[in-house]
Each structure stands twice: as C-alpha cells, then as structure tokens.
Design a protein. Structure first.
Length: 361
C-alpha cells in the first residue's frame, strides 16, 4: 500500500509539472505570437495573465479536490471499501482506466487530445460564442448570492440536457467511455472521451456568455460542481431528505450507471428538479447494482490512447459505411421507477426509506 501511494504521488507530481510547464510555455509563445491566442486560450476580455501562478492554479485545485474527496469517502466508508484503496491497488482494469484519464487530465494531455479532435478550433469557437453572445444579463445584479443561484440553475439545466444529448443514439458510442466504468470511484467523473468534452465545453459556453456573471461566481460554481461530481460517483449514501430534494445523490446517480434495463436513461441531472420535471427521476432502492455497458471490454483495455481513436472509428463507422446507427437501449418503465410515479417529496422520502445503510446524517 505504501509503495503504491508513493508511486501515485510521484506520477501526480510529474503530471502536475507537465501541465504547468505546458501552459506556461504556451503563455510565452502567445506573448510573441498573439494571433494564436484565440486558438489555445479562452479570452478573458484582456485579463489573461500567463504566469507560473496562473498555470498551476487549475491542476493544483483539481488535485486538491480529488484528494479531499478521496479522504472524505475513506472516512465515511472505511479504507477497505474506499476508492482510495482501489486506486492504490489498481487491480481492476476499469479502475486503471479511471486513473489513466485522471492523470491524463492532470498532465494536460487531455487538452492536447481536445485540440486534436476539434482540429484546433474549440477555444476559437468558445471565444466566438463569448464575443457574439456577450449579453450579460447579470451585470446589473450586484448580489453575488443571487448571481450564483441563477448561474447554478441555468448551468445545471444546460448540463441536464447536454447529458441527455450524450445518451442519444448519435453520441452514445462516445459517452460509452464514461459508462464503461465497472466501479464507482471518486475519479470516475474524469473518465470522458475528448469529443464529449468538446461538445459539453461548447454547450457550457452559452450560459457563461449570455449571463455574464462575475468570474468569482463562475469559478465557485465549477469548484462546487467538481466536488459534487466526485462524490456523486462514490459509494457514499446520504441520509436526510434535504440532500435528495436538492441534488441527485450518489445513490441516485448509481442508478444512472446501472446496467439494468429499467435504469437506462434515468437521473441525468445534478439537481433533482430537472429530472423530476422532465420525467427521468428514478427512486434508488437499497439493492446491489452492477455497472458497465455491453462491449465494455473495448473500453477497459491497457492500450488507453489507441482505444480513444478506435472509439471514434466505431462512432463514425455507420457514416462512412452508410450503415444504420445502432439504437440506444431504452427503459421500459415510466418516470419515478414505477407506474404510479410519486411526487418529488414522496419520491425523496421513499429514497431515504429504501437506503438504510447511510453513512451521513
């Protein structure tokens, strides 16, 4: 265990150093060739500062959130049942893939792949969205709290529909990379194909541009969301109705990852409101679930980088062969998990009655 921890720390340090060096180097290049700026950085209206401090901020925060969430889950569940132990042991192929994507993101390698798969246009497109749609509805609202509430509701709404978009037959092959995880680990939310991140980045650019919220509000939202996503992909159970009324809890999100037919396309959101309003909320029960997708062996191989490109081949194959895009499995039961779908409060109360091994109260 100690040896594994030491190796993980070394890899984390090396990947963090790689990211910082890469971003700082890009900053130096952009200083000399400013015409490249819109292709490698998102414009912050003249406020960009390419320094060692700004380069280290994002990956350091990323690593800090992961460390805190891993420690928190280990305290709640015990080390033997925690994602921390699974990551250190690295016994399961699915866990190793989770770790690969996490280190790839931490090292900045994912940014390189995003650049490749978007043909270098992603940041340019985001900058155009910010320039054209920079309406700034929130500019005249001086309350940071009110700005945050609006940003949270709008961004989670966009995230809900973006997630549903990834579950359509046209994009499911790309999203399978995430759903092929066979265990729920704190770092599972970082297991995403670059093309999915390109699509979601473009979608998320619209509310940022239109709302024009304070940068501190935007940063706070994404920090909180990162913590939420990490804990949502854990085995923690939250006791108390308040948690479930506001958020899709870890138990509810595990339903989303379940490979049981009646769990398909359920609990897409971050907040419970959107799933309930659009008929996709499913009450989690106290039952053993299994995760993964059909053909999951294609996504948990040791040749991780090659698999990224092979995934694109499988995704595009129906286009260049003029074949039919495979249909997505659909749930055969109505919203709420049963024909007489309950109201949101009744559903939440039922959720907490069904989960009797909660670790937080």
């Amino acid at each position: 265990m100690k040896k594994s921890l030491a190796i993980l720390l070394i890899f984390s340090t090396l990947t963090l150093s790689s990211y910082v060096t890469g971003v700082y180097a890009l900053g130096v290049i952009v200083r000399h060739f400013p015409q490249l700026s819109s292709f490698v950085f998102v414009d912050t209206h003249g406020n960009s500062m390419f320094s060692l401090g700004s380069a280290i901020l994002q990956p350091a925060g990323f690593l800090a959130v992961i460390a805190v969430c891993l420690a928190f889950e280990a305290m709640c569940l015990g080390l033997d049942q925690s994602a921390l132990k699974r990551l250190l042991e690295g016994g399961a192929a699915s866990t190793r893939v989770d770790l690969f994507y996490t280190l790839l993101r931490l090292a900045g390698g994912l940014n390189v792949l995003i650049f490749v798969f978007s043909f270098g246009t992603l940041f340019w497109l985001v900058n155009q969205i910010h320039r054209v749609l920079h309406i700034g509805f929130l500019h005249h609202i001086h309350s940071i709290v009110l700005q945050f509430v609006v940003v949270y509701l709008v961004n989670t709404f966009v995230a809900y529909w973006g997630h549903r978009l990834m579950h359509t037959r046209f994009l499911w092959e790309i999203h399978k990379v995430h759903h092929a995880a066979e265990e729920m680990n704190i770092v599972t939310p970082f297991r995403n194909h670059p093309i999915e991140l390109i699509i979601m980045t473009l979608l998320n650019a619209f509310p940022v541009a239109v709302l024009g919220a304070s940068p501190s509000v935007i940063i706070t939202y994404y920090a909180i969301n990162m913590v939420y996503q990490s804990l949502a992909h854990s085995e923690i159970n939250l006791k108390g109705e308040l948690w479930s009324i506001i958020w899709i809890t870890p138990a509810a999100h595990r339903i989303h990852h379940s490979n049981r037919a009646d769990h398909f396309d359920r609990n897409f959101g971050i907040v419970t409101l959107w799933d309930y309003l659009f008929g996709t909320y499913f009450v989690p029960m106290n039952e053993k679930l299994t995760y993964g997708v059909d053909g999951g062996e294609n996504y948990n191989q040791s040749s991780h980088v090659l698999e990224l490109f092979d995934n694109v081949r499988r995704w595009l194959r129906p286009i260049w062969t003029r074949g039919q895009i495979p249909a997505r499995p659909q749930s055969s039961i109505p919203a709420g998990g049963r024909p007489d779908a309950p109201g949101i409060v009744e559903a939440i109360a039922g959720e907490n009655d069904n989960i009797d091994d909660a670790v937080m109260g």
